[in-house]
Design a protein around this ligand. Sequence first.
Ligand code: ADP
Ligand code: CIR
Length: 342
Amino acid sequence: MKYPKFTSKNSSLMAKFLTKEVFEELKDAKTKNGFTLEKAIKSGIDNPDSSIGVYAGDEESYELFAPLFDPIIQEYHGFTRRDMHASNLNIDELDAPNPDLKGEHILSTRIRVGRNLSDFPLGTAISKTQRDEVEMIVSTALNSLEGSLAGKYYPLYAMSEEQRLSLVKDHFLFKAGDRFLESAGLNRDWPKGRGIYHNHEKTFLVWINEEDELRVISMQKGGDIKEVFTRLVQAIRELEKKMKFAFSEHLGYITSCPTNLGTAMRASVHIALPKLSQDMKRFKSITDKYHLQIRGVNGEHSQSEGGVYDISNARRLGVTEVQCVQDMHDGVVELIKTEESL
Ligand code: ADP
Ligand code: CIR
């Protein structure tokens, strides 16, 4: 592999930090699972509009390719090699009363965490047999859950196209054919090995073998952020009794995309801000202040519809889960206050 030619179209952090020197140092390196620099950067090369442009194949990738991953992690999370990650899932420490008791702005609240099994490579480097094994382990564990988390696993290959599209449209299921994941090798053998588990109310959901082996999701209508967090923590605790997740003292939960390291948590609301969104500069000054990210209403790389935005924490590493949710809550309070003043 030759040093890639980057142009002004390559806006990713990968293009920024993959200097000739870093490339020469890493180009022949290979992890125990056979993951290489070429595989790590393929998504960013194929998709010049990537914001990050790299994926890891396993926990070892973050060490072996550190000269590339470390500056990306530092720029995205403000987290250095000397920092340590700490987890805090204590619901009592979250101060998050519903910021929209009248129900005028927040349509729904969702909090997800990514998880991967400690004894397997990440989805980018996994074999079909291993992926099917992950699906079996996780779906069996989920199918044994009881009480409000009890539900059923729906493998993607057995779903009708109509059923799949309806779950995507209602924001419960991941999209098919994401070009970033495709280039990263995360869509190999699609749709086999993928699926969704959900409880009867569709307030607790788990995606299996999408970008990460598990995406554990708690969501519901309205703005009761604490209730959503409480359900998520309960579900994580139950799952931890049944499987071991990849975790490092330094990087927290190991995920295929470096933006998700640490807590692997994205806490979001779908919120209508028709007035404030006319003034993007002011809107962004508030989201920046609270370390929040603005996405469109159909998730990453989508546009807003009808002044409704997906607002979530941007930082996930070097902050606790409680802090991620607190950032989102506090920022949303200010967004609503500003919207109402306009
Ligand atoms: P992820 O959350 O895993 O990073 P996406 O940004 O692609 O991935 O979002 C996944 C799905 O979750 C999309 O359909 C998105 O619209 C939906 N979603 C995200 N936040 C909320 C929310 N607060 N309420 C309802 N749906 C949401
Ligand atoms: C990209 O580089 O644009 C995609 N691989 C997605 C990056 C992660 N998402 C994010 O920071 N919002």
